[in-house]
Design a protein. Structure first.
Length: 165
């Protein structure tokens, strides 16, 4: 791996934390600036998405939200997810379908990154590098597209699982 790459190592659908290379914007600040109405239930859901140390699916988001407000229902979760997606504030991920057909959500980051999934233990690594940025520029130049979003998921076996095998 090149010295300019960033690799997050939290596992089990976890996500990066602590590095300045990949940062996440404040969802609440963005919603306020955009004039979006913030209900108490929306505030809870947005806070959970923002602060979660892992990628969340809708069911897990609902479970966590109901611990804070039992009145939050599935429809409110999906409306909030839809709003955040339409506002361009979160990304929807498949994460190699490690847990079936679930979709996961994460706050948009300051730079595009890849998700690398371990088929054995389910670890998810977030990876950003200058090589990925150059690849996007090359694709844009050769295709004539103005690239506005990039998603890349890779699957295989992590270092820990390769040692066990």
């Amino acid at each position: 791996m090149s010295g300019s790459a960033y690799l997050a190592t939290q596992s089990q659908l976890g996500r990066s934390e602590g590095s300045g290379d990949i940062t996440r914007r404040s969802l609440m600040d963005e919603l306020v600036v955009r004039g979006v109405r913030i209900t108490s239930q929306r505030r809870i859901l947005v806070g959970i998405i923002q602060d979660s140390p892992r990628h969340l699916d809708a069911a897990k988001l609902l479970e966590l939200a109901q611990k804070k407000d039992p009145e939050i229902d599935r429809a409110t979760v999906y409306r909030t997810i839809s709003l955040l997606k339409k506002q361009g504030l979160i990304d929807e991920l498949d994460l190699m379908h490690l847990e079936g057909e679930k979709h996961y959500y994460e706050v948009k980051t300051n730079r595009d990154h890849c998700h690398i999934a371990c088929f054995q233990c389910g670890a998810i690594l977030e990876y950003a590098s200058a090589s990925f940025d150059r690849l996007k520029m090359e694709i844009a130049k050769e295709s004539g597209f103005q690239i506005r979003a990039a998603r890349l998921e890779l699957g295989g076996f992590c270092k820990r699982c390769r040692k066990v095998a």
